[in-house]
Design a protein around this ligand. Sequence first.
Ligand code: NAP
Ligand code: GLV
Length: 307
Amino acid sequence: MALLFYSPDDDPERWRKALARHLADLDFRVWPGGLGEAAGIEFALVWRPPPGMLDGLPNLKAVFSLGAGVEHIADPPPGVPVVRLVDPVLTRGMTEYVSARVLHYFREFPLYADSQRRGEWRKRPFRQAAECRVGVMGQGVLGGDAAAALAAMGFSVAGWSRTQKRLDGIEGFHGESGLIPFLGRTDILVCLLPLTPETEDIVNARTLEALPRGAYLINAARGGHVDEEALLAALESGRLAGATLDVFKTEPLPADHPFWRASSLTITPHIASLTVPASAAAEITANIARIRDGREPLHAVDPARGY
Ligand code: NAP
Ligand code: GLV
């Protein structure tokens, strides 16, 4: 069974070994040098495939994303399912990242860091998690898990999604009409949406204005979700007290980008969660087995929705 692999960020050999543990008949080909006979290729496993890379593969049965996001697969061949990665290790990593940043803001570590810089011993009033309203945009695999973990810690959690959800312990908002009321009750906003034409620049001057003054933002989804100028203006004006960004419109973030100099901004280099081959290979190969059995893959992207 031939699988075509491409990623500018991953070591193909690690992936070959991880997949081979589950696929005895694996014929692992690395694009472009190892393409071989195109007609033999049944599956592709990719991250940011170059334009046209997936053309001319007449027997391709599915394109697997090396991550949860799929917007990086810009031109999938028509009629071939694109499958996003759903993996417990990836999910746990994201929930850890989001929880760490929410706790950081809720327990006012930025303010204690300011006090420390001034040599000031100052206790702030103690607050309970229930008094802190966290809002998670995206209630899918990652947003749903993060919201549930935060609710279990006692935070007052709301979720915003495209369709209506009724999740235990989470106040549900959905659709365009639910967005502004959702933002209005949110002290710490977490973005875990997929990047689609509908969600591009969703964190913008209008939506930031709908947050309570002094709110925080955590964007661990895609840089394309944030209007960068609006974010800088909101930090400057105090509308936002701080923000954590893991993802950027241009990655790596250019050395001269003003984000590097914004003191209330925390930047991480797209590490909120990472795909671990040993774990992800089990999920991907189980899905390959389904397809070879004539069944639909799990977690296929709906081309109309774009996620
Ligand atoms: P998912 O399971 O597909 O969930 C997507 C959620 O977003 C769903 O709740 C969906 O609503 C909601 N949504 C989509 N379009 C919407 C819209 N127009 N308005 C309101 N809600 C909308 O995706 P996931 O697996 O949780 O992954 C989310 C994203 O995280 C990925 O696409 C990727 O970009 C990002 N990510 C980042 C990292 C990192 O390291 N920084 C790692 C992994 C993933 P419905 O439930 O109604 O469909
Ligand atoms: C990482 O960004 C992913 O989409 O999994």
